[in-house]
Design a protein around this ligand. Structure first.
Ligand SMILES: [Zn+2]
Length: 500
């Protein structure tokens, strides 16, 4: 059942959508560790740029989604992409630059070199296909495909789940962080009830990969395809990355079966479709976009770098003398774990020694146990050194950028979009799930959703509390902001949401 379409021309919302392929090839794959797991010789599934144009009598807004890791800084899309796309759209279609939102799905697929032109092409096509629409808003639920990747340790520090390094031992891990199972959904239906577009927002890194290692839009790409195949009639689905900075696909570190984003994406797509069944369109499509710039403080990472270098030296010095090497360690460990009472030989030999009053095997076992313990301690130290080195390199990178920049601050775009009762906050940084949950909860608007990695790329932007762990995990290391950024950002969001 749906309500009658609105007839008041003042509030009649028009919408148009289009998709353009941006799948990259092997020649377009740049030598960046980001793409290390991808072999672009093989195309597993297509990557897309999609445009949604929304217009009423007063306002024109463009929402663009790109199957890419980011639209600046990391990956192959150049830093002037956003400015160039906006300039071309302003010139060609008179769209105000501040009325354009571009969200990267954050998948790690390889995109084509002329992604800029193809983005403009997508908007042009969407602009030429405007039709009257009705708006529906709602939420879906999916909690089976992701997990929080920050692990609180007994020591009070935090480690994280990456493929770049090993995890701390199980008995050092105390607890895990939250996830956000909510799928935020905007539904746009044509006057004849066919769905024109579904915009859905979800928080998770789409970085699982596919079994054959080919180029892929990853789990959000698979989710989108499931939704579109079920919508039919050319209806498009647009994925908006949420606050997924600290959210990984589930079983991200599985080494027993090939990585496979497809079943995860199917679950997300089917959960979105399930929710769509209960979302009725019919609201008046009030359209508004407030765009502001917030100036955020850059952190001085020099003190933390110095303390981590000291820690690196301490760990190196703590490596123990050991007679074992890998070749002798592995079989010895297996023997001691398999038969802790009789590791060196069969039990009868031990019984014989006892009967004749000797303890040679027992003495040997005790010595070998000490060697094993020392070797295992060294392995744990090596693993810690690996984590430390990877994160220290990130801190050094951002400190060098700070020095080169010289300003001590960085500007970031904060925008709030309203389409009917659908409210979306956007930000260029990778936001942690905790902040997404806070913003949603504090918002005066019932259906508020949050998208990171939008209108630029600002690396990870963790909470002030997470930044107390600076250098301990990727999000708090691959980060350029000072902890005070959070207050400034949240105050700005609160202010804009009140005005919206
Ligand atoms: Zn990320």
């Amino acid at each position: 059942m749906s309500m009658a379409p609105t007839t008041d021309p003042k509030i009649q919302l028009l919408a148009g959508v289009a998709a353009v392929d941006i799948t990259g090839t092997a020649t377009e794959q740049i030598a960046d560790p980001l793409y290390a797991a991808i072999d672009a010789e093989i195309t597993n599934d297509r990557l897309c740029v999609k445009a949604l144009v929304l217009r009423d009598e007063i306002t024109s807004v463009v929402v663009i989604t790109v199957d890419a890791v980011a639209i600046a800084e990391i990956g192959s899309i150049s830093n002037d992409y956003l400015t160039n796309v906006r300039a071309q759209l302003h010139e060609e279609l008179s769209i105000e630059p501040t009325q354009i939102l571009i969200n990267a799905s954050h998948c790690h697929g390889v995109v084509c070199a002329d992604v800029e032109q193809r983005t403009v092409q997508a908007v042009r096509q969407a602009w030429q296909s405007l039709v009257p629409v009705r708006v529906g808003v709602g939420v879906g639920h999916e909690d089976r495909i992701m997990e929080n990747r920050r692990l609180r340790l007994e020591s009070g520090r935090v480690a994280d789940v990456r493929r770049a390094y090993s995890l701390p031992p199980d008995d050092e891990i105390e607890s895990v962080g939250p996830v956000d199972p909510e799928i935020g959904i905007l539904r746009l239906d044509r006057e004849d009830d066919r769905t024109l577009a579904v915009v859905y927002n979800f928080a998770c890194h789409p970085i699982q990969g596919v079994p054959g290692g080919g180029n892929t839009a990853d789990l959000s790409g698979f989710a989108t395809r499931v939704i579109e195949e079920n919508l039919g009639d050319g209806g498009l689905a647009l994925f908006l990355q949420g606050c997924g900075a600290d959210i990984n696909p589930i079983r991200y570190r599985d080494i027993d079966s090939p990585p496979d984003a497809e079943p995860l994406g199917h679950r997300l797509g089917l959960s979105t479709l399930r929710a769509l069944k209960s979302i009725r369109s019919g609201q008046e499509g009030h359209l508004r976009l407030i765009h502001e710039t917030v100036r955020l403080p850059r952190a001085d990472l020099a003190p933390r770098i110095a303390s981590m270098e000291a820690e690196q030296t301490r760990l190196l010095a703590s490596l123990k003398q050991t007679m074992l090497n890998l070749k002798s360690f592995v079989p010895l460990l297996i023997k001691h774990r398999l038969s802790p009472d009789y590791p060196a030989y069969d039990s009868h030999r031990y019984l014989h020694e006892r009967a004749v009053g000797r303890d040679h095997l027992r003495r040997l076992d005790a010595t070998n146990n000490r060697h094993l313990d020392d070797y295992i301690d060294n392995v744990h130290t090596m693993e810690e050194l690996t984590r430390l080195q990877v994160n220290l390199d990130l801190l050094r990178k951002h400190q060098a950028r700070r020095t080169a920049d010289g300003t001590g601050w960085i500007d970031a775009e904060v925008a709030c979009l309203r389409v009917g009762d659908f409210v979306l906050v956007t930000f260029p940084g990778e936001l942690p799930v905790e902040m997404g949950l806070r913003i949603k909860q504090a918002s005066p608007h019932h259906h508020t959703f949050v998208a990171g990695v939008t209108n630029g790329y600002l690396y990870y932007t963790p909470t002030a509390e997470q930044l107390e762990n600076r250098g301990g995990a990727q999000e708090d290391s691959d980060c350029l902001v000072d902890p005070s950024w959070q207050k400034q950002f949240e105050a700005k969001v609160e202010q804009i949401l009140k005005r919206l």
